[in-house]
Design a protein around this ligand. Sequence first.
Ligand SMILES: Nc1ncnc2c1ncn2[C@@H]1O[C@H](COP(=O)(O)OP(=O)(O)OP(=O)(O)O)[C@@H](O)[C@H]1O
Ligand SMILES: [Mg+2]
Length: 363
Amino acid sequence: MLFDLEPKSTKADLFDFEMELNSVINGITNERIIVIRGLRRTGKTSLMRVALNESGYPYIYLDPRFPTRPTQSDFAKLLERGIRNLLKSSGSLIDRIKEALSEIDWVRFTIAPLSVELKPNKMRRIGITELLDSINDLGSELGMPIVIAIDEAQELSKITWINFNALLAYAYDNLKYVRFLLTGSEVGVLDRFLKVRNPQAPLFGRYIRFINTRRLSPDESMEFLKRGFEQYGIKPNDELLMLIVNELDGVIGWLTYIGHQLAVEGKRSLDEVLESAIELALGELRNFLTGRSARYRILIKQLTVKRNWRELKSLIESAEGKALNDKSLYVLLKELMDHGIVEKVNNEYVLSDPILRRAALRL
Ligand SMILES: Nc1ncnc2c1ncn2[C@@H]1O[C@H](COP(=O)(O)OP(=O)(O)OP(=O)(O)O)[C@@H](O)[C@H]1O
Ligand SMILES: [Mg+2]
């Protein structure tokens, strides 16, 4: 159902994005590193999940959204979940996968119930290399790529004791059957995680396939809503649909949310529904601001309209009554873009969607 709030995982539930989907599947078939990048709520996770299911390749899915500073045992749990899902989704391949991975001394399987346990203290860089080698051997034996899918890959940068950059470069150069499918914001994945634009970094200059999620056009938004409501046997009037389309600027996550509120939660008025979306976005902004410098709040409140560098600099300076150096402003804006909250359009910065902009006014 199009208005289901979970990220989609089947092609039947994925609206549009046919070209992008084909490009991701083609990418994991032919390339080593594939990145789905885009702003918040534009369908990155959905595209990744559908591509994984459609491709039919075995995959390890990691969602490393750690709440705080992750420990070794947090990382072990993340990998455990990933391997468990690999086993669960691997059907007849399960025994071959178990066999390949049980060569690693820090991986232990139990049969009933089927489970995998990792010993965190052995999982340093060398350990992970070993895991990647085994995955590659497995792929070679099966004659197909094995995908390591990392949602919001930049979150892994919070793990400081493993050099993921070097690991990926190693896999890129040596492991023909290992594929990395990553999602995230442009700044987050490219600059924070892969560091591909840094000439000193191990992955500099490697070819990476990019697929961008995007905003829907007004026509596509309209079509999405009509089809979504139709699945519930509802036919809202065109005027209401136009209003929603105009409010949401083609962000598919918000269209889904609003559709869900109206069709499933039984809310009646657009105002009521928008109100709950704004509250949701406000909660996320507050979450983001917790524990961060007060400057972020100043910036976010100013970015409800497009602002250029000079304006932002002087706005913070006048709020604080002292000079701000360029480096500091650069770091602040980068962090906001890293989270997909702010985008840069023609040298101007702005909050990336209309609901966020409305929420920011309430901060
Ligand atoms: N192509 C699509 N067809 C139908 N629904 C979609 C599509 N893409 C995204 N959605 C819906 O939009 C919402 C956001 O999608 P998703 O979580 O995939 O986006 P995201 O870019 O990963 O978001 P986030 O930035 O929060 O990680 C979800 O409710 C999802 O079901
Ligand atoms: Mg996502």
